[in-house]
Structures are given as C-alpha cells and as structure tokens.
Design a protein. Structure first.
Length: 265
C-alpha cells in the first residue's frame, strides 16, 4: 500500500495503471484480483478528472492506514467494497446498481435514515442527495473516515458517520428508515449481538410506520440460516416485499432483500 500511495502523490497515468494491473496478477482470490483491476482503471480515468486526484489521495491514505492498523477482515480486499461513481471510485459491489435494484432513492427521499454497518459510506453518501439526513456507522474507524472524506468531497453536509459497533452506537432515533445491508452477522465476528438482539434494536430505532430495509449476505455464507433471519424479521415487522437479488456480480446475486414496515399500532 505505501507503494500505491506514491502513484497518487506523483500521478503518472500509464505507469500507475500498469503497476496496479501487475498487482492483480499476484492476487490471492477473485475478489482481490477484481479490487486491483478496479484500482487500475480508476487510476487511469483520473487523467480526465484531475480535480478528483486529491480526493483519491485522501481516500487511499485512509486505506493505507487501515492496512497498517486494522487487524480484521478487509471487505474491500485492499481497495473499495462499495463504488461511488460521483468520485470515480469502483467497488466490488456497485452502489449504483443497489440503488436501482432496491429503489432506495425513492424510499428515503426527505427522510431520516440510519445505515447500520455502512462500510465506506458510499451508499449513505449517495442517499444523502435526496434524504433529509443520513447517519451511518461502522465498527472499523478507517471506513468511517473514508465515509467522512467522501461526504466532504461532495459537500453532503446532511450526513454523520460514527466509528462504533452497533451495541455501543450513541444513536438519536427514531428514524424513518433503518437499513441493515449485509451486516446482521459478520465474517470477522465483529458483533456481540445475537440475531434476536440485533433485530430488536433495529425495530427500537424505527419510527411507527417507518421502513426497515434488509439485505442478506451471499447464499454461500448465509446458507440455510436465512430462513431463521427472515422469520425473526417477520415476527417483528410487517414484510411488504421479499425478493432474491438478480443483478450485478456473484457478490450480489442470490441475496435476500426485504422491505418491512413498523406497525403504527
């Protein structure tokens, strides 16, 4: 990563592009390979968007610090898990595709939104274009820093990003919309809640009549446990829609997506 930073500090389009492409050849899995190629193409495209170079430097400084100091699983495989087209950032999962597939902009318009486990916050920052306010948090402090950098670069002042776990998050709900996108359990065990406690707190933070937006992990990780998760949600909320995602890459397809409403009674 320190070597990667030198390419942002001294921008050389083709030299940097070739370096990051070469890094992809040494990747240890498909996601890591994709992350390196995303970086390579984003870096080359900066030649037509020099106004974004300083922001990319700041974002990659955050990534470098994360690599040095965060001992847990890196969901972005060295680059970004989420994309943010407005800043010329590609991700392992397309934020723009998720916005469209789940019709998120329409669902959060003029509303106060909570994004649980927001990762780099790129989806939250995108929602802030139309939401009244978006609060996101992640237990990884370097991801929260990425979110704040992105929000500042796009002047999304109606956002707040906290570095905290869900159990300790000082949240000022209730919210019109609570989103739990692929984080009710974690690969790296960074949660103390069991499923019952997790969804109980989600409901407690939701206004009567508010929306709960849920996305599962990939089927390979979720397994048959998704039936229990869906059952817990349906016990607490009025499920309005349940679908399987059929867009994007292997990291997107097959995930369960739920829209549920908090009863006003």
């Amino acid at each position: 990563m320190p070597e990667a930073l030198t390419h942002y500090q001294n921008y050389r389009p083709f030299a940097g592009f070739l370096h990051f492409c070469f890094q992809s050849l040494k990747a240890h899995n498909n996601a890591s390979r994709r992350a390196s190629l995303n970086r390579a193409h984003d870096y080359l495209r900066l030649s037509s968007r020099p106004d974004l170079l300083q922001t990319h430097l700041q974002l990659n400084e955050n990534l470098a610090q994360q690599k040095r100091e965060w001992p847990h699983y890196d969901y972005g495989e060295g680059y970004f898990y989420q994309s943010l087209a407005e800043l010329g950032v590609s991700g392992l999962r397309s934020t723009e595709a998720r916005l469209n597939a789940y019709q998120l902009l329409d669902r959060v318009r003029d509303k106060a939104v909570l994004d649980i486990g927001c990762n780099a916050g790129f989806l939250s920052v995108s929602l802030a274009k139309v939401a009244r306010h978006v609060t996101g948090f992640d237990v990884n402090p370097f991801l929260a820093a990425l979110a704040r950098t992105a929000a500042q670069a796009l002047d999304r002042t109606n956002t707040e990003f906290l570095a905290t776990g869900f159990e300790d998050a000082p949240l000022c709900g209730p919210y019109d919309v609570v989103m739990s996108l692929a984080n009710h359990s974690t690969f790296d065990g960074q949660t103390r809640y069991n499923l019952q406690s997790f969804f109980d707190r989600c409901v407690s933070l939701l206004k009567p009549g508010g929306l709960f937006i849920f996305e599962s992990h990939t089927p390979s990780f979720e397994g048959e446990g998704i039936a229990q998760v869906c059952g817990i949600i349906s016990q607490r909320l009025n499920v309005k829609r349940r679908d399987l995602c059929n867009y994007g890459t292997y990291l997107d397809r097959g995930r369960t997506f739920i829209i549920a409403e908090h009863s006003k009674l």
